[in-house]
Ligand binder design. Structure first.
Ligand code: ATP
Ligand code: MG
Ligand code: ZN
Length: 537
């Protein structure tokens, strides 16, 4: 039977683990100095060596012939662990054993010392999947572990681990593997297997793996069975289908260049290849989101979860499009994504979206000019006039204006909870940054407006950032924001994200504001302000 390449080539020594030297070196030192911790958390992107490193470490701490801090993989204990015949190293998949009972059982077993080796090592994979009760049970063991116990918790989603657990672990963050390193590794494997391969082909595979070595090896594996002992670039292109990263770059290029014809042809290719159109839409939105990050952030390498080389390409592409256009594209694609959920023919909706996207932005303006005229007519009907003398807006019933303003000011006195959150906001953002939640942090950076609705903090988002609202309003994101706020301010409040306009339309209904709002639809806001300031001077 065929054994997957990534299994055959599982690293067996620290030195075989690629791109994680910052971790393997520390672990080796700890073994050297006999300074081993009782609990470790291995976090980071999938397929970057967490489980492999945990297993190497489990052997290294028990090996009878440690050689330069590496397990020998040949002594009785190493062999026993490798063949799963020694029970001193226990692997638990938390995804399928996530209940309180599973962890209680573990706690029972922890009482018994190792049978052969020095340490009993528990590797808990996907640890973020544990239930709350299971975490609590685990915590009890972590609080007072017997001297012979080592826990290695592994996860791709460290932010889901309760702070109480985190604080008892040494934390190691596994990095995405660089494209060049992935290529080197694959070259060596191909050499081993006597397979000829074009450098370009390896490069394409590596760029599509998103920094996960396992993913790269899986693609390589498919290529090997597809083309036997010679792998060409064109084979990889065929195998990946059109949803490879080059495809996203092409599609976005056509959209940015407003080249509808090529964009639709490419979409057609995608459908012929039988690719999932919803997935494609998600990938495309992510791509434009990445372009946006390139435009606005100085920390792109931390925020974007892709290899450096791809990020450089993104940066390049982002220079060919302006921010407003990116935002327009993301909004339109997100709307399409929402509509598709209920549609029977998603293809047409995506085609329409692509056509709309490649329409020059000016044409859309024509439509909005029509809207503006319509609005002017409304204003005339509804009695808001533009005075000839000072170019400012006068409502016909001007007299009550001052009192209303006064009343509004009183209404706007801030809720003390909000004041506290506003004060803590920089710290909250900083916390998220340290927590490696760069994308949530980047979105929240845009925000400086809040309201309170009983026990819920309403985070107000500018209308043009509707996609931020959609993203942050997911349960996981909301829970995360809530937990950070709670951590920093001790306020146990819920969180909700709303668009500014939704909030104002539901709350202000006095005529003056309405008139102002219509006017803002007719003229750009800046124009109104400019005129105001002319009046003042
Ligand atoms: N840093 C690495 N060095 C060498 N090989 C690696 C590395 N990362 C992944 N691999 C390859 O991928 C396979 C899977 O790696 P591993 O299971 O250690 O990843 P992981 O980080 O635990 O992934 P997951 O998050 O999905 O559990 C390994 O058997 C190996 O072939
Ligand atoms: Mg793993
Ligand atoms: Zn050994």
């Amino acid at each position: 039977m065929h054994k997957a390449l990534y299994r055959v080539y599982r690293p067996l020594k620290f030195e075989d683990v690629i791109g994680q030297e910052h971790i393997t070196k520390t672990l080796k030192n700890q073994i050297d100095n006999n300074n081993i911790a009782h609990a470790y958390l291995f976090s980071g992107t999938r397929g970057t060596g967490k489980t492999s490193t945990a297993k190497i470490f489990a052997r290294a701490v028990n090996c009878m012939n440690l050689n330069n801090h590496e397990p020998c993989n040949e002594c009785e204990i190493c062999k026993g662990i490798l063949s799963d015949s020694i029970m001193d190293v226990v692997e638990i998949d938390a995804a399928s054993n996530n209940g309180v009972d599973d962890i209680r059982e573990l706690r029972e077993n922890v009482k018994y010392p190792p049978t052969k080796g020095k340490y009993k090592v528990y590797i808990i994979d996907e640890v973020h999947m544990l239930s709350q009760g299971a975490f609590n049970a685990l915590l009890k063991t972590l609080e007072e572990p017997p001297y012979y116990i080592i826990f290695i918790l592994a996860t791709t989603e460290a932010h889901k681990i309760p702070a109480t657990i985190l604080s008892r672990c040494q934390k190691y963050d596994f990095k995405r593997v660089k494209v060049d390193d992935i290529v080197l590794r694959m070259k060596k494997i191909c050499n081993d297997l006597d397979i000829e391969v074009e450098e370009k082909a390896l490069n394409l595979i590596a760029r599509n793996a998103g920094g996960a070595l396992r993913d790269a090896l899986s693609i390589l594996d498919q290529c090997v069975s597809y083309s036997e002992n010679e792998i060409k670039y064109s084979d990889v292109v065929n195998l990946l289908g059109t949803v490879n990263i080059d495809f996203l770059f092409d599609m976005s290029k056509y959209i940015i260049e407003e080249d509808t014809k090529h964009a639709l042809e490419l979409l057609n290719e995608l459908i012929i290849c039988g690719k999932d159109i919803k997935q494609f839409l998600t990938d495309l939105i992510d791509h434009f989101r990445n372009l946006m990050v390139c435009k606005v952030s100085h920390e792109v390498y931390e925020i974007i979860n892709l290899p450096i080389e791809t990020i450089d390409l993104l940066k390049n592409q982002s220079e060919s499009v302006d921010l407003n256009n990116i935002i327009r594209i993301i909004n339109l694609l997100s709307d399409t994504q929402n509509n598709i959920k209920y549609a029977s023919n998603s293809r047409i909706l995506v085609e329409i979206a692509i056509m709309k996207l490649s329409e020059p932005a000016l044409k859309l303006d024509e439509k909005s000019i029509l809207n503006r005229i319509q609005n002017i007519e409304n204003i005339i009907k509804n009695g808001v006039s533009i005075s000839k003398n000072d170019n400012t807006i006068n409502n016909k019933n001007d007299t009550s204006k001052k009192n209303e303003n006064h009343a509004k000011e009183i209404k706007k006195i801030k809720n003390p909870d909000i004041i506290e959150i506003e004060k803590a906001w920089p710290e909250i953002l900083e916390y998220m940054k340290n927590d490696k939640q760069m994308s949530i942090q980047a979105m929240l950076k845009e925000i400086n407006d809040f309201e309170m609705d009983q026990n819920t903090l309403i985070i107000l988002v500018e209308d043009k950032f509707k996609f931020i609202k959609d993203r942050l309003n997911r349960d996981n994101e909301k829970l995360y924001i809530k937990s950070v706020i709670n951590n920093i301010t001790d306020q146990n409040i819920n969180v909700r994200i709303e668009l500014k306009s939704d909030m104002t339309t539901s709350q202000t209904n006095d005529q003056e504001d309405e008139g102002m709002r219509i006017l803002e639809n007719v003229f750009p806001k800046e124009m109104i302000q400019v005129k105001d300031s002319i009046k003042e001077t």
